[in-house]
Design a protein around this ligand. Structure first.
Ligand code: HEC
Length: 184
Protein backbone atom coordinates (compact mmCIF):
# COMPACT_ATOMS: atom_id res chain seq x y z
CA UNK A 1 0.00 0.00 0.00
CA UNK A 2 1.48 3.34 -0.91
CA UNK A 3 1.29 6.44 1.27
CA UNK A 4 -1.51 7.94 -0.74
CA UNK A 5 -3.73 4.87 -0.31
CA UNK A 6 -2.89 4.70 3.35
CA UNK A 7 -3.95 8.31 3.82
CA UNK A 8 -7.19 7.66 1.99
CA UNK A 9 -7.90 4.71 4.21
CA UNK A 10 -7.12 6.63 7.36
CA UNK A 11 -9.39 9.40 6.16
CA UNK A 12 -12.20 6.94 5.56
CA UNK A 13 -11.80 5.41 9.02
CA UNK A 14 -11.74 8.77 10.77
CA UNK A 15 -14.65 9.97 8.65
CA UNK A 16 -16.86 7.05 9.62
CA UNK A 17 -15.90 7.36 13.28
CA UNK A 18 -16.98 10.99 13.17
CA UNK A 19 -20.23 10.05 11.41
CA UNK A 20 -21.01 7.47 14.08
CA UNK A 21 -20.45 10.07 16.78
CA UNK A 22 -22.66 12.63 15.07
CA UNK A 23 -25.46 10.12 14.44
CA UNK A 24 -25.25 9.01 18.03
CA UNK A 25 -25.54 12.59 19.28
CA UNK A 26 -28.52 13.28 17.05
CA UNK A 27 -30.13 10.05 18.18
CA UNK A 28 -29.71 11.02 21.81
CA UNK A 29 -31.13 14.44 21.17
CA UNK A 30 -34.19 13.08 19.37
CA UNK A 31 -35.11 10.08 21.45
CA UNK A 32 -35.82 10.32 25.14
CA UNK A 33 -34.87 7.15 26.85
CA UNK A 34 -37.90 5.43 28.33
CA UNK A 35 -37.68 4.21 31.87
CA UNK A 36 -40.31 2.21 33.70
CA UNK A 37 -42.87 4.19 35.67
CA UNK A 38 -42.52 2.47 38.98
CA UNK A 39 -40.26 -0.18 40.34
CA UNK A 40 -42.01 -3.53 40.05
CA UNK A 41 -41.65 -3.98 43.79
CA UNK A 42 -42.39 -0.96 45.94
CA UNK A 43 -39.45 -0.11 48.12
CA UNK A 44 -39.97 2.16 51.11
CA UNK A 45 -37.07 4.32 50.12
CA UNK A 46 -37.62 8.03 49.55
CA UNK A 47 -34.97 8.30 46.91
CA UNK A 48 -36.29 5.34 44.95
CA UNK A 49 -39.79 6.80 45.16
CA UNK A 50 -38.60 10.15 43.87
CA UNK A 51 -36.85 8.42 41.01
CA UNK A 52 -39.91 6.36 40.20
CA UNK A 53 -41.99 9.51 40.22
CA UNK A 54 -39.64 11.26 37.85
CA UNK A 55 -39.63 8.45 35.35
CA UNK A 56 -43.39 8.20 35.72
CA UNK A 57 -43.53 11.48 33.84
CA UNK A 58 -41.78 9.93 30.89
CA UNK A 59 -44.16 7.03 30.72
CA UNK A 60 -47.25 9.19 31.10
CA UNK A 61 -46.01 11.42 28.39
CA UNK A 62 -45.71 8.41 26.15
CA UNK A 63 -49.01 6.91 27.16
CA UNK A 64 -50.45 10.37 26.44
CA UNK A 65 -53.61 9.70 28.36
CA UNK A 66 -52.88 10.11 32.03
CA UNK A 67 -55.45 12.53 33.34
CA UNK A 68 -54.65 16.04 34.43
CA UNK A 69 -55.14 15.41 38.15
CA UNK A 70 -52.55 12.64 38.06
CA UNK A 71 -50.15 14.72 36.01
CA UNK A 72 -50.52 17.70 38.33
CA UNK A 73 -49.92 15.55 41.41
CA UNK A 74 -46.64 14.40 39.88
CA UNK A 75 -45.75 17.72 38.26
CA UNK A 76 -42.26 19.15 38.49
CA UNK A 77 -42.40 22.82 39.44
CA UNK A 78 -38.73 23.41 38.62
CA UNK A 79 -39.31 22.12 35.10
CA UNK A 80 -42.37 24.32 34.90
CA UNK A 81 -40.28 27.34 35.87
CA UNK A 82 -37.94 26.52 33.02
CA UNK A 83 -40.78 26.03 30.56
CA UNK A 84 -42.20 29.38 31.65
CA UNK A 85 -39.31 31.04 29.83
CA UNK A 86 -41.43 30.48 26.71
CA UNK A 87 -43.99 32.80 28.22
CA UNK A 88 -41.87 35.53 29.76
CA UNK A 89 -41.48 37.42 26.48
CA UNK A 90 -45.13 38.33 27.00
CA UNK A 91 -45.92 37.58 30.64
CA UNK A 92 -44.53 38.26 34.08
CA UNK A 93 -45.28 35.65 36.76
CA UNK A 94 -44.26 37.95 39.61
CA UNK A 95 -46.56 39.41 42.18
CA UNK A 96 -45.27 42.90 41.51
CA UNK A 97 -44.60 42.25 37.83
CA UNK A 98 -45.78 44.52 35.05
CA UNK A 99 -48.06 43.68 32.16
CA UNK A 100 -46.20 43.14 28.90
CA UNK A 101 -47.84 42.06 25.65
CA UNK A 102 -49.77 39.68 27.91
CA UNK A 103 -51.14 40.23 31.42
CA UNK A 104 -49.28 39.46 34.66
CA UNK A 105 -49.97 35.81 35.47
CA UNK A 106 -49.40 35.94 39.22
CA UNK A 107 -52.48 34.41 40.84
CA UNK A 108 -54.10 33.47 37.53
CA UNK A 109 -55.04 29.94 38.61
CA UNK A 110 -58.63 30.11 39.83
CA UNK A 111 -59.04 33.75 38.79
CA UNK A 112 -61.81 34.90 36.48
CA UNK A 113 -60.75 34.72 32.84
CA UNK A 114 -59.61 38.07 31.54
CA UNK A 115 -60.13 39.80 34.89
CA UNK A 116 -56.57 40.87 35.73
CA UNK A 117 -56.55 44.60 36.51
CA UNK A 118 -55.40 47.25 34.08
CA UNK A 119 -55.00 44.97 31.09
CA UNK A 120 -57.00 45.29 27.91
CA UNK A 121 -58.21 41.75 27.32
CA UNK A 122 -59.79 40.60 24.07
CA UNK A 123 -63.53 40.17 23.82
CA UNK A 124 -62.83 36.48 23.21
CA UNK A 125 -61.40 35.88 26.67
CA UNK A 126 -63.96 38.04 28.45
CA UNK A 127 -66.82 36.31 26.63
CA UNK A 128 -65.42 32.90 27.46
CA UNK A 129 -66.08 33.72 31.09
CA UNK A 130 -65.71 31.55 34.20
CA UNK A 131 -62.61 31.01 36.28
CA UNK A 132 -59.31 29.55 35.16
CA UNK A 133 -59.75 26.03 36.47
CA UNK A 134 -56.87 23.61 36.08
CA UNK A 135 -58.71 21.93 33.22
CA UNK A 136 -59.38 25.20 31.40
CA UNK A 137 -55.76 26.29 31.73
CA UNK A 138 -54.65 22.95 30.38
CA UNK A 139 -56.96 23.18 27.39
CA UNK A 140 -55.97 26.80 26.73
CA UNK A 141 -52.24 26.10 26.91
CA UNK A 142 -52.57 23.07 24.64
CA UNK A 143 -54.08 25.16 21.88
CA UNK A 144 -54.81 28.81 22.76
CA UNK A 145 -56.57 29.70 19.51
CA UNK A 146 -58.43 26.41 19.34
CA UNK A 147 -59.71 26.79 22.89
CA UNK A 148 -60.46 30.45 22.54
CA UNK A 149 -60.83 31.63 18.93
CA UNK A 150 -60.06 35.33 18.72
CA UNK A 151 -57.71 35.44 21.70
CA UNK A 152 -54.92 37.97 21.50
CA UNK A 153 -52.46 35.41 22.78
CA UNK A 154 -50.23 34.64 19.81
CA UNK A 155 -48.78 31.39 21.06
CA UNK A 156 -48.99 28.06 19.32
CA UNK A 157 -49.53 25.98 22.44
CA UNK A 158 -47.70 23.20 24.24
CA UNK A 159 -48.29 19.73 22.86
CA UNK A 160 -47.03 17.60 25.74
CA UNK A 161 -49.44 17.09 28.63
CA UNK A 162 -46.61 16.67 31.15
CA UNK A 163 -45.04 19.96 30.06
CA UNK A 164 -48.37 21.73 30.54
CA UNK A 165 -48.85 20.15 33.96
CA UNK A 166 -45.37 21.27 35.06
CA UNK A 167 -46.13 24.77 33.87
CA UNK A 168 -49.52 24.89 35.57
CA UNK A 169 -47.90 23.65 38.79
CA UNK A 170 -45.44 26.54 38.50
CA UNK A 171 -48.27 29.02 37.95
CA UNK A 172 -50.05 27.56 40.93
CA UNK A 173 -47.01 28.38 43.05
CA UNK A 174 -47.02 31.94 41.84
CA UNK A 175 -50.21 32.72 43.66
CA UNK A 176 -51.33 33.76 47.14
CA UNK A 177 -54.13 31.25 47.43
CA UNK A 178 -54.36 28.83 44.53
CA UNK A 179 -57.32 26.45 44.42
CA UNK A 180 -56.71 22.93 45.74
CA UNK A 181 -55.32 20.51 43.20
CA UNK A 182 -58.00 18.39 41.55
CA UNK A 183 -58.63 15.06 43.29
CA UNK A 184 -57.01 12.11 41.58
C1 HEC B 1 -46.67 36.39 22.14
C2 HEC B 1 -47.07 36.76 23.47
C3 HEC B 1 -47.54 35.67 24.41
C4 HEC B 1 -46.89 34.50 24.74
C5 HEC B 1 -45.56 33.97 24.23
C6 HEC B 1 -47.70 33.87 25.76
N1 HEC B 1 -48.82 34.62 26.01
FE1 HEC B 1 -50.29 34.21 27.34
N2 HEC B 1 -51.32 35.83 26.77
C7 HEC B 1 -50.90 36.75 25.84
C8 HEC B 1 -51.93 37.76 25.63
C9 HEC B 1 -51.87 38.93 24.68
C10 HEC B 1 -53.00 37.39 26.48
C11 HEC B 1 -54.35 38.07 26.59
C12 HEC B 1 -55.31 37.20 25.79
C13 HEC B 1 -56.58 37.88 25.37
O1 HEC B 1 -56.89 38.98 25.83
O2 HEC B 1 -57.28 37.25 24.53
C14 HEC B 1 -52.58 36.19 27.19
C15 HEC B 1 -53.35 35.54 28.14
C16 HEC B 1 -52.92 34.48 28.90
C17 HEC B 1 -53.67 33.87 29.97
C18 HEC B 1 -55.00 34.34 30.51
C19 HEC B 1 -54.76 35.45 31.52
C20 HEC B 1 -55.98 35.94 32.24
O3 HEC B 1 -55.79 36.76 33.16
O4 HEC B 1 -57.09 35.54 31.94
C21 HEC B 1 -52.91 32.86 30.47
C22 HEC B 1 -53.25 31.91 31.60
C23 HEC B 1 -51.69 32.81 29.68
N3 HEC B 1 -51.73 33.80 28.74
C24 HEC B 1 -50.67 31.91 29.88
C25 HEC B 1 -49.53 31.83 29.09
C26 HEC B 1 -48.48 30.89 29.29
C27 HEC B 1 -48.42 29.88 30.42
C28 HEC B 1 -47.57 31.08 28.30
C29 HEC B 1 -46.29 30.32 28.03
C30 HEC B 1 -46.43 28.92 27.78
C31 HEC B 1 -48.04 32.19 27.49
N4 HEC B 1 -49.23 32.61 28.00
C32 HEC B 1 -47.38 32.69 26.38
C33 HEC B 1 -49.69 36.76 25.17
C34 HEC B 1 -48.76 35.72 25.21
Amino acid sequence: MNMYEFNKMLGAVLGSALLVMVVNEIGNALVHPITPAKAAIAIGDGEADAKAEKSADTVKENAGQADLATLLAAADVAKGAKAAKKCTACHSFDKDGKHKVGPVLYGVVGRGKGTGTNFKFSAAIVDKGGDWSYGDLDAFLADPKGYMPGTKMAFKGIAKATDRADLIAYMRQNSDSPPALPAQ
